[in-house]
Ligand binder design. Sequence first.
Ligand code: ZN
Ligand code: ZN
Length: 258
Amino acid sequence: MKNYHTHTKLCKHAQGMPEDYCRVALQRGFTDVGFTDHTPLPDDLKAHIRMEREELPLYIGSVLKARKMYPQLRIFLGLECDYMPKYEWYYKDFILERMHMDYLIGSVHYYDFRGELMWFDGRPMHPLQYKIYADLYIKAMESGLFKFMAHPDLYCTNVYDWNKDAEECAKAILEAAQAMHIPLEVNTSGMTKAKAQNTTRLPYPREEFWAIASDYDINVVMNSDAHKPECIDDFFTEGKELILRHGLREVPELFPRF
Ligand SMILES: [Zn+2]
Ligand SMILES: [Zn+2]
């Protein structure tokens, strides 16, 4: 088993350090663990849900420490990056190159709509918002910075009844992923969230999104987006079932062995 989307307590809304995740991963038969905590940002956007900039060396050190402690595992150093065009230089020149990351993953958790910062809090969306989300998500892919793109169907958190705008948003993202050969993530943490909130309504992975995805020639990568060590393989059985149900293709090796 593999998980390439993992957080740590440094982001202020998760538990455990890399060594704690790796201990559980090893017990559960994992071969690969990739750490991708929320990147600190130059303008401190939503600083309360990410590590401090000064903590980057501590974060990197903790992943390298886990790598030493668990040589049986392949452990990768990365970060989850909130994409906005204004951060591109920072991700490329500072985070990726100067901090020697193995990889970055791209996310769109926030976007500007009519001068207001929006996120996925369950509020129904204006048709234009779907378009803005899709455009930003595609721009993130075009930046070439990301190994894969996280939860493309996150916007479905705000979609109650599947509709034409939601469908067009899905198609735009899927078409771009196919053209650019960038894997898209089946993120099982939406199931963890639904369970915690005691609801059957999954924010993601969204069935309708992945049903459309089956028409495209894309790779997917399944991750738990774990925010607690024991959640490292949360809902992997259900995630695999979804992948099979829609005939999706998992990326054979995100990090090929040489
Ligand atoms: Zn998080
Ligand atoms: Zn995440």
